[in-house]
Design a protein around this ligand. Sequence first.
Ligand code: ADP
Ligand code: MG
Ligand code: MG
Length: 207
Amino acid sequence: MTRIKDALDAVAAAIIAQKDYLTDLDAKTGDGDHGLNMARGFRAAQEVVEEMDDTSKPGPVLQAIGKALIHNVGGAAGPLYGAGFVRAGEACDEDTHMNVVSMEKLLRAAIEAIQKRGRAEKGDKTMLDTLIPIHECFLPENAQGKTLFEVLQEASKAAGEGVNYTKTIAARKGRASLVGERSIGFEDPGAVSSMIMYRALYQFLKN
Ligand code: ADP
Ligand code: MG
Ligand code: MG
């Protein structure tokens, strides 16, 4: 995780590149700001991390990213993602390296924070419909006997399946819950932004 700042740049670039797509998607079931929110948040995160003296340890960097998202993004997703990054940062220790065990632990911490704050479950048509299937790939029972890259690839596929699943269900949390059944047929913006972030990280790690 020594390249965490470069990983952040890769994730931020992917979010910024998909800003309009995410915003258009949010306009179908919400208020049409998800891409703008996420792009603003990740630009702020990049600025904050740029100012850090020491970016060699993942814990403080993840916490700084989370705080930047919380403080610079209005709406639901920024503070939820922010809480997830802060909690993942707090879950880091000397043994945190890019491996299946650390990924499982950090994703679990992030999901717990998002659920504590947002009270959503799998199937509510949110970011969790992507994040929970990603996390499941890293659980010991599913990752056993596989290399890190095999697990990362499976999780990338699971992220896509999670996004597709959100198309089939009605939103029960957040703004999209106001349109309820009429959200069926549309991907959840937060589920898509989670997939974009995860896949950007995966591509970064592959190179
Ligand atoms: P807002 O809806 O306030 O405009 P955004 O458009 O930035 O905020 O984010 C919307 C996304 O936030 C949704 O697509 C969904 O994935 C996510 N979201 C909303 N409420 C919750 C919640 N309670 N738990 C988890 N994710 C949520
Ligand atoms: Mg919105
Ligand atoms: Mg909004």
